[in-house]
Ligand binder design. Structure first.
Ligand SMILES: [Zn+2]
Length: 261
């Protein structure tokens, strides 16, 4: 899939705000405003919070790695989805999160929320875990536990997708990071993130469970090397069948908690 998700979101936002988005497009993207659960009475009366869009880098196949930023507060929360291309349920969840944060700007009071809806767009397009070079991006970070083997890349940051995430993290300096995965059905953490993990766990059906630091993972680099709290959310395997509304129903509170924490 090479479609630009922000355009979809923009359409959703317009539709929800009573704008002029074409009905066909709303239907195509499943805009929240078109669903039964968002009735006109729920629509915000204030303007949507601004969402700034940029590109952190490009994939091996030249797909953009998009970054959506909402809010301007001092506390920076970075949330990443689909670093493993076959674990893509985090993407619709982040689309819905972006919609909610824009519609309810009080949620981003004092926060800058930085969303990467598809860290591995080529992997998502192919429905595979790795990037097109066959590298597991979540083993390609410059942590001291990096392990040299073909599937982990020619060396730390050998892949454009992991470089883009690495540079984005150095650029925005997150106070905490959330990374969305499947299908282990738990909440794991690296670095000083136990309280955050517990708070998120209390708001959903996922228990906190330590999986252990994976070599060269984002969690190892961010949490262990840089000392930044990082939570890995492992959604259930069934999440692949759920749309934005169901994902939000189940995990919206937990992810909102990560923003507010
Ligand atoms: Zn994963």
């Amino acid at each position: 899939m090479n479609s630009r998700v922000p355009a979809c979101l923009a359409a959703a936002a317009l539709a929800a705000a009573g704008g002029c988005a074409a009905p066909a497009r709303q239907a195509a993207v499943g805009a929240p405003a078109a669903t039964a659960e968002t009735t006109p009475a729920d629509l915000p009366t204030h303007p949507f919070a601004a969402m700034r869009e940029r590109i952190a880098g490009r994939s091996v196949e030249d797909r953009p790695i998009e970054v959506w930023t909402i809010g301007t507060g001092d506390v920076v929360v970075l949330i990443i989805a689909s670093i493993h291309g076959d674990e893509a349920a985090g993407t619709p969840l982040l689309e819905r999160l972006a919609f909610e944060l824009r519609a309810r700007p009080e949620l981003v009071e004092g926060r800058t929320v930085v969303l990467v809806p598809q860290a591995n767009p080529d992997g998502v397009a192919l429905g595979r875990r790795t990037n097109v070079n066959g590298v597991d991006l979540n083993r390609n970070f410059p942590a001291s536990n990096y392990r040299a083997r073909r599937r982990n890349g020619a060396g730390p940051l050998s892949e454009p997708e992991s470089r883009a995430l690495h540079d984005l993290i150095l650029d925005v300096g997150p106070d905490r990071v959330i990374s969305m995965h499947q299908p282990l059905q738990c909440i794991d953490f690296d670095g000083p993130a136990e309280e955050l993990a517990e708070a998120m766990s209390e708001a959903c059906d996922l228990p906190v469970k330590r999986i252990g630091a994976m070599p060269g993972s984002l969690g190892s680099w961010v949490g262990l090397e840089r000392g930044i709290p990082i939570v890995t959310v492992e959604l259930p395997g069934a999440a692949r069948r759920w749309g934005r509304d169901e994902l939000w129903e189940r995990y919206g509170q937990a992810i909102t908690k990560a923003v507010a924490f």
